[in-house]
Write a protein that binds this ligand. Structure first.
Ligand code: ADP
Ligand code: ZN
Length: 435
């Protein structure tokens, strides 16, 4: 099958790749040092100058960036170029307190779309394909990223966005969609809906799917493949680095090739920050080698995974990353939205509730559920019994305003939430997200 969008890069020798990376890194560090005061200050603090960076072997000398830096520098502090050179922003879904806003120049958009085009071709996409993009469009990177990649390959692109599932299936049938791009949970839901409509995979022309933006298991892959009659491929990315397409799966389906000519990966020990040798499990860190608008160096993703240069049967030499195996922070991804428990706690305290609460996340019918139980104080308890459900609704609304997703709120009697004798357990995630 092997189709490549840019074979000269995707199948380059490791030496060639390293040479490209080193040249880009040296130039990028200079540019960032000159243009981004925030990062220059971090480098100065560490006593590193651009002259110290002569190749990728010097990468470890640079300071890290974290989500906290992004928050401190919001919105323009990490801009790598004049705002007038930027043509687009994208942002992480819904969240207020920890919103990430990324800026793109036209060159950045082209690069990002090329990364997605590599992903589309890796699943066999050509200009004869009809590619249905059912990721959300808008600030979320999923829709715009895959839309651009599909265009670059020359597929007939159906910019469906997510939702309206029966209509998705109708378009899929009428226009003979062959590739589906969406979150794995939505793919599973489309599969179920197909069945509910009395249809089988034989009634559609899909052959492949490109699914990502959230963790999913091999078991879920098999279910989706069966229910839609396709091969299901993983794709990974984050808004901070551009969006989906940082890495993508090929026909081998054993991990995702990183577009390392643009995103230089490292694995570090999340506790010490020490760089770990290839094959070790640790936190993934990316340095964007040529982005202009939002050029993050050594950005800590908090995703835990393993890198491997084992030879791949698809012919690509790009290093592979495993599926993320968890996170080194407490971020949850619920219905595609990044949620930090602290955000929910902030709402509770703002609304006059106690910090005795329990967040429960589960998955029913392939859709994530979020239940928040909150303990009432004895005073609140005695005067709220009559309008409990109105109070629950109002609190649910406040949480929805913060997160962008609807929780189910349960106000419970005093002293009913189990107290912990050690670290408080405030989050119970019952979903099986990792193998
Ligand atoms: P996106 O637009 O891709 O959802 P966000 O910046 O909102 O980007 O979230 C990025 C996070 O989503 C990543 O750090 C990772 O934890 C998770 N993620 C993205 N793609 C995948 C994937 N294929 N498998 C597992 N987790 C993923
Ligand atoms: Zn491969």
């Amino acid at each position: 099958m092997s189709n490549y969008y840019q074979p000269e890069i995707e199948c380059a020798s490791v030496e060639e790749l390293k040479k490209i990376q080193s040249e880009k890194l040296v130039a990028q560090v200079k540019r960032v040092y000159e243009n981004v005061k925030y990062y220059r200050d971090l480098m100065d603090e560490k006593g590193v100058t651009p002259d110290d960076i002569k190749s990728i072997d010097d990468l470890h000398k640079l300071p890290f960036l974290t989500k906290a830096d992004l928050r401190d520098a919001y919105p323009y502090g990490l801009l790598g170029t004049d705002l007038k050179n930027c043509v687009r922003i994208q942002s992480t879904s819904g969240t207020t307190g920890r919103r990430v806003v990324a800026f793109y120049t036209q060159k950045d958009v082209d690069m990002w779309e090329e990364c997605c085009a590599r992903a589309v071709m890796a699943v066999g996409g050509t200009n004869e394909d009809v590619c249905q993009v059912a990721y959300g469009y808008g600030l979320f990177t999923g829709g715009p990223g895959l839309n651009g990649g599909s265009h670059k390959v020359g597929c007939l692109t159906l910019p469906m966005s997510s939702g309206n599932t029966e209509r998705q299936i109708q378009f899929m049938r009428d226009l003979h969609a062959t590739i589906l791009c969406c979150t794995p949970s939505y793919a599973a839901y489309i599969g179920e809906t197909l069945k509910d409509m009395g249809l089988t995979p034989d009634d559609i022309d899909l052959k492949a799917g490109i699914f990502g933006a959230e963790p999913w298991t091999e078991a879920m892959r098999r279910d989706i493949e069966k229910s839609l009659g396709i091969k299901a491929y993983d794709i990974y990315g984050l808004t901070e680095t551009s969006g989906p397409g940082v890495s993508f799966e090929c026909e081998e389906q054993t991990g995702m090739h990183i577009n390392e000519d643009h995103f230089l990966p490292e694995i570090i020990d999340p506790e010490t920050g020490e760089v770990l040798p290839e094959g070790s499990k640790g936190e993934l860190v990316f340095t964007s080698l040529d982005k202009e608008g939002f050029p993050l160096l050594r950005y800590r993703t908090r995703d835990i995974c393993v890198l491997s240069r084992k030879k791949c049967s698809c012919g690509r030499t790009l290093i592979k990353m495993s599926k993320p195996m968890g996170r080194s922070d407490d971020m949850l991804i619920i219905r595609g939205v990044n949620v930090f428990p602290s955000q929910i706690e902030t709402v509770l305290l703002n609304e006059g509730y106690s910090a005795n609460y329990l967040i429960e996340v589960d998955r029913a019918n392939n859709t994530d559920t979020l239940d928040v139980s909150v303990e009432l104080t004895p005073e609140q308890f005695s005067d709220t019994v009559k309008d409990l459900s109105a109070k629950e609704k109002s609190l649910a609304n406040a949480i929805k305003t913060m997160l962008g997703i609807n929780p189910k709120v349960h106000l419970v009697a005093p002293k009913t939430i189990t107290r912990s004798e050690g670290k408080a357990v405030r989050v119970v995630d019952k979903r099986k997200l990792h193998d």
